[in-house]
Design a protein around this ligand. Structure first.
Ligand code: NAD
Length: 259
């Protein structure tokens, strides 16, 4: 197992600032969320599957931040991630399940959507968020005992709401994440709030060559552009600031669904 960059030993006593764990936070949307939460006063636990050097450098840059490497397809890694995240500052207030994977497969190409693709996407996009929430539940309950409900924000996709998306297995995995969000909001209330942000197209390295989608958003979306990672981070921040909102799937597609 790769080494983990942890805070100084002895930093385990709970502190007064809230603590957020953001999965997949060394690139794209997760990076913007981590930066924003850090600016807003959160201690941030950064995470990625492989980019440990970038994660450690980012932790240093942000200040009150630590980086933990973990493969979310592996249940032992998931448990260790939450354990070490809670141990970092002795508390956890906000879990952002941002890490996710996609596969581009034409919807009509049923043969290409193999059982392996289905399992891989389901493992990271559905089972991992559920297992992280289960593991984080005791710490999030303690947040409620301190006075504010614990908060979970799942980053799903408009593909989980509409009959769209990079592939059928991807869209179905995000639809499962949306439904899981509602089910957990009901079962974990009132101590823990669970919501999702469902982005449409977001300008990240992942989508840099999605020319057709970029054109679609420029021409058809009422907001006339794709979202920036900061737009999504702002939505996460709004949800985190609430004490009441739960079970919502916030569609962040610049209004494309209206057309
Ligand atoms: P990205 O590829 O930059 O980020 C994905 C992150 O997930 C990376 O940090 C990666 O390390 C992590 N990850 C992937 N598999 C992992 C694994 N097995 N273990 C641990 N970490 C793993 O992509 P992004 O565009 O920033 O996407 C972030 C989230 O937003 C994803 O859930 C994605 O489905 C969702 N989303 C993105 C868009 C978009 O247009 N970019 C649109 C809708 C939804």
């Amino acid at each position: 197992m790769e080494p983990t960059v942890a805070p100084d030993a002895g930093a385990a006593a709970p502190i007064s600032a809230p603590v957020a764990l953001v999965t997949g936070s060394t690139s794209g949307i997760g990076l913007a969320i981590a930066r924003r939460l850090s600016r807003e006063g959160y201690c941030v636990v950064l995470h990625s599957r492989s980019s440990a050097a970038a994660g450690a450098a980012l932790a240093q840059e942000l200040g009150r931040a630590v980086y933990i490497q973990a493969d979310l397809a592996d249940d032992e890694h998931r448990q260790r991630l939450v354990r070490e995240a809670v141990a970092a500052w002795g508390r956890l207030d906000l879990l952002v399940n941002n890490a996710g994977i996609s596969r581009v497969i034409a919807h009509g190409d049923l043969a290409a959507a193999t059982p392996e693709v289905w399992r891989e996407l389901h493992e990271v996009n559905v089972i991992a968020p559920f297992r992280l929430i289960a593991e984080a539940r005791p710490a999030l309950l303690q947040a409620a005992a301190r006075g504010r409900p614990g908060c979970v924000v799942n980053i799903s996709s408009h593909a989980g709401v509409r009959a769209k998306g990079a592939s059928i297995p991807y869209a179905a995995s995000k639809a499962a994440l949306n439904h899981m969000t509602r089910l957990l909001a009901l079962s974990l209330a009132p101590e823990i709030r669970v919501n999702a942000v469902a982005p449409g197209l977001v300008d990240t390295p992942l989508t840099a060559d999605w020319i057709h989608a970029q054109q679609l958003w420029k021409e058809r979306a009422p907001m006339r552009r794709a979202a920036s990672p900061d737009d999504i981070a702002q939505a996460v921040s709004m949800i985190a600031a609430s004490d009441y909102l739960t079970g919502e799937i916030l569609l962040m597609d610049g209004g494309l669904n209206l057309t």
